[in-house]
Ligand binder design. Structure first.
Ligand code: HEM
Length: 480
């Protein structure tokens, strides 16, 4: 069994360690994981050793079969603390387990089917506002659509976008989180947080209370520059005020609503009948908003770009979209958009919006034959898995038919991870897999989007894997 230090080492990209300073360097690092024949490789972040599972099996072990031995790495939890608190994305342990159980029934395909109408309507309204000849940025357009869709699903309103005060405040706060992900202050912050927790666990009485108070303070990103900036504090205050206002109103009027907020308020634990506190509902609402729009928006923008470069696939999507337009609006059968769904899945393979899932071991655990000690950082890269030539022949080529059922059955577990896997897989997966194909079909039935064929759009890994510089396009009337 190779020890950790005997694992092949990926080269440092600078003083920070394995992660380069540019997107190009970070993608190159993940391609080198994809090219590795070893099941796991190692790197570092500053002085901290980092395990990087390279084979599909090793990823499956971390995310699924040995998931209990891992927690999410605390970086994002700290950055999102003031905005999303203890929502599903960032919580751990018993709180996470309870919340996931409470929320799972709200996110089944059957429970989400009612939102298909809002997805169609939102995309139709966006198309109504376009005119042939107009220059647009498809990345901006899909962000507005995805924000409106998630706002409509959460609050039952169809006017929610960044023009709304709540939308603007959430966008400001999220912008700060995104901008701070690469902050050099984050690693020392987490070291302090861990140290305080470890010392506090060994103390008693007054000292323990002081250390616990300190720990509580460091759960907020206080060492990260800008975390106490006026604009950010104001934005979080608007989020608190508006969401608590809506919760109070719903509780006071006792009107049963079937949007996601209504369902979160009504959710009751099957075993003990307990409902969520208002603070927990607020944290979940913000989490769903944050997790639920930029990911989908980014993948929609990439899908439009890929389709503009692959006319044969575009023609098949448009044919499906024409048939879909006359299908009943109040029901959604994914079979109606089977090819468009494959296009969306292939887009998520080439450009997984969340490229890496950072984890940390809670105890000693063996992964791919190597024993990892407690508190070892382990990053699973979806991007690396999606570019493995032994799993995906010609991995950089766009080919939606990789997702024909017979092809899917051939691939190993752990090789396709846009929504992660195991207990912490994306709870919004069915929502996204409905929204993506519906929005693509609705927009592409109405117009052609002309994208300069000579311009290759590259990735920018700013929070999600975005198209750098957006996706500039000219709206053209359909001519067929
Ligand atoms: C294409 C769109 C989407 C992609 C690619 C995506 C991807 C992911 C991934 C990879 C994770 C797991 C991260 C990790 O394990 O570290 C995740 C978690 C999560 N996602 Fe999504 N997501 C998408 C859309 C959505 C939507 C539409 C919603 C809600 C409406 C949502 C809500 C969440 C939540 C709440 C979690 C945390 C789940 C937990 O830890 O229990 N996501 N997502």
């Amino acid at each position: 069994m190779p020890s950790f230090d005997e694992l092949p080492r990926i080269p440092d990209a600078g003083w920070l360690g394995s992660f380069g300073r540019t997107t190009v360097e970070r993608l190159a690092m993940q391609r080198s994981i994809a090219a590795s024949s070893a099941p796991m490789v190692r790197g570092r972040i500053l002085h901290l050793p980092l395990a990087l599972p390279a084979s599909p099996d090793a990823c499956h072990e971390v995310l699924v079969t040995k998931a209990k031995s891992f927690e999410k790495s605390p970086g994002l939890r700290v950055l999102l603390h003031d905005l999303a608190g203890q929502g599903l994305f960032t919580s751990e342990g018993e709180l996470w387990r309870r919340q996931r159980k409470l929320m799972a029934p709200i996110f089944t395909p059957a429970a989400l089917a009612q939102f298909a109408v809002a997805m169609r309507d939102t995309a139709e309204r966006s198309a109504d506002a376009m005119t042939p000849g107009q220059a647009i940025d498809l990345a901006h357009e899909t962000t507005r659509i995805a924000m409106t869709v998630v706002g409509s699903a959460l609050f039952g309103v169809d006017t929610f976008d960044e023009a709304d005060a709540l939308g603007a405040a959430l966008t400001t706060a999220l912008g700060w989180v995104n901008g701070s992900l690469a902050s050099p202050a984050l690693a020392p912050h987490i070291l302090v947080l861990d140290l305080v927790r470890r010392i506090s666990a060994k103390t008693h009485g007054r000292l323990r209370r002081v250390l616990d108070g300190l720990h509580h303070r460091f759960e907020s990103p206080v060492l990260v520059p800008g975390s106490r900036g006026r604009e950010l504090l104001d934005a979080v205050a608007v989020v608190d005020h508006r969401i608590h206002g809506m919760i109070d109103e719903r509780r006071r009027d006792a009107i049963e609503r079937h949007d996601l907020l209504g369902r979160l308020l009504a959710a009751r634990d099957a075993d003990d009948g307990v409902v969520m506190t208002d603070k927990q509902v607020r944290d979940e609402v913000v989490t769903l908003f944050v997790a639920g729009h930029e990911t989908t928006a980014t993948s929609l923008a990439w899908a439009m770009y890929l389709l503009a470069r692959h006319p044969a696939a575009l023609a098949k999507v448009v044919a499906e979209a024409d048939a879909f337009a006359s299908a009943p609006r109040d029901r959604f059968d994914p079979e109606q958009l089977a090819f468009t769904t494959r296009v969306f899945r292939e887009t998520l393979r080439l450009y997984p919006p969340l490229m890496m899932f950072p984890r940390r071991t809670l105890e000693s655990v063996e992964i791919a034959g190597t024993m990892l000690p407690p508190r070892r950082l382990v990053f699973v890269s979806a991007y690396a898995q999606h570019r493995r030539a032994d799993v995906w022949p010609d991995p950089d080529a766009f080919d939606p038919d990789r997702f024909l059922p017979a092809e899917e059955a051939k691939r190993p577990k752990g090789s396709y991870l846009p929504f992660s896997a195991g207990p912490r897989f994306c709870i919004g997966m069915h929502f996204a897999m409905m929204e993506g194909p519906i929005v693509l079909a609705t927009l592409l039935r109405r117009y052609r989007f002309e994208i300069d064929p000579t311009r290759e759009i590259v990735e920018d890994d700013f929070a999600t894997l975005r198209p750098r510089g957006g996706v500039p396009a000219i709206v053209r009337a359909r001519v067929d």
